[in-house]
Design a protein around this ligand. Structure first.
Ligand code: ACO
Length: 309
């Protein structure tokens, strides 16, 4: 039995904030943002709460997986912008979905939250502790962005992506994974309680490329495949230049990297599940393909997961 992604769903907020809009808010330009990051616009949750976005994305994933919420026995929500301090957004989501069994919790691993959660879900499934897991990456980063700080406010966006995973006899599985963290580097990227995102961008850039390269190579080797066998890489969408550097270092052609940062910016834990959903819808990821997920974020945390989709 292997771990299979049975359904995906997303919710992106209605309000679009373009680089041109930002030009009237801070001293920046569309040209600077586009060339330095690859971002053209992002979504801002003006009306939507974290929980509402998580519920919408989850309902879509559950419908696509052709299951009922009652079939789910574990809910994992990856977020650094939870709905409340407590209870977890996972528990609130469980109630909204009308689930009356199982367990729910949040994972705090910043931008690596989805990769951490996917690996955790695989462990729950394979240890027999759950049969069907709902993973949601959801963020409302607009709440913790300092809209007067041009070095960070141009980078982030809001949204949610959800994935249903289950054990299956079909030819799908999580083949290898590597999760890492280094708490000594926490101050490269953080937000105090009730504070704004603080980031040392230039330092983070170098560490991001190096760390993701390391874990990607590790999972590729451990799974006994070659870089050229990877059909699609779905990286965390933090900066298109980070993604291009990673592609070069891994020796995987840039066309095999899924990129949607131009439309959403960095949505932290939501970025990979949103990208995964769009990759499937656009026909870029098909059953049987080898797909590599990798992320790096505050913590510092980083990781990679290789799956047969
Ligand atoms: N518009 C115009 N100029 C700007 C802007 C802006 N929005 N922001 C910064 N600048 C200026 C700076 O003030 C600086 O000016 P100076 O040379 O006069 O001092 C100049 O542009 C260059 O600034 P850098 O910070 O060196 O720019 P860099 O090329 O490094 O790009 C960026 C910055 C985009 C943040 C990049 O460093 C990056 O992407 N870093 C990694 C981010 C990341 O990986 N995050 C991890 C995950 S996020 C998470 O976990 C939530």
């Amino acid at each position: 039995m292997g771990t299979r992604i049975a359904g995906t769903g997303i919710y992106v907020p209605k309000t679009v904030l373009t680089n041109f809009d930002l030009e009237s808010m801070v001293d920046t330009s569309d040209e600077w943002i586009t060339t330095r990051t690859g971002i053209k616009e992002r979504r801002i949750a003006k009306e939507e709460s974290v929980l509402e976005m998580a519920v919408e994305a989850s309902r879509n994933a559950i419908e696509e997986a052709n299951i009922s919420p009652q079939d789910i026995d574990a809910v994992i929500v990856a977020t650094l912008t939870p709905e409340k301090r407590f209870p977890s957004t996972g528990c609130l989501l469980q109630a909204e979905l009308g689930m009356d069994k199982g367990f729910a919790f949040d994972v705090s691993a910043a931008c690596s939250g989805f990769v951490y959660s996917l690996d955790l879900a695989d462990s729950l499934l394979k240890s027999g502790k759950a049969e069907m897991v709902l993973i949601v990456g959801v963020e409302k980063l607009s709440e913790i962005v300092d809209w007067e700080d041009r070095s960070t406010c141009v980078l982030f966006g809001d949204g949610a992506g959800a994935v249903v995973v289950k054990l299956s006899e079909e030819d799908s599985d999580l083949l290898a994974s590597s999760l890492r963290s280094d708490g000594s580097l926490w101050d490269l990227l953080y937000a105090e309680k009730c504070g704004y995102i603080k980031m040392k961008g230039r330092e983070l850039f170098k560490v991001a490329v190096r760390n993701m390269e390391e874990v990607c190579k590790e999972v590729i080797n451990r799974a006994g495949v070659r870089p050229e066998d990877i059909d699609l890489v779905i990286p965390h969408q933090a900066n298109v230049r980070i993604i291009n550097s990673l592609a070069e270092r891994l020796g995987i052609p840039g066309e095999r990297f899924f990129i949607n940062i131009d439309r959403y910016g960095n949505t932290s834990a939501a970025s990979i599940p949103i990208a995964l959903h769009e990759a499937i819808k656009e026909g870029k990821l098909k059953r049987g393909d080898l797909v590599l997920f990798t992320a790096m974020g505050g913590g510092l945390t980083w990781g990679a997961v290789l799956m047969r989709f």
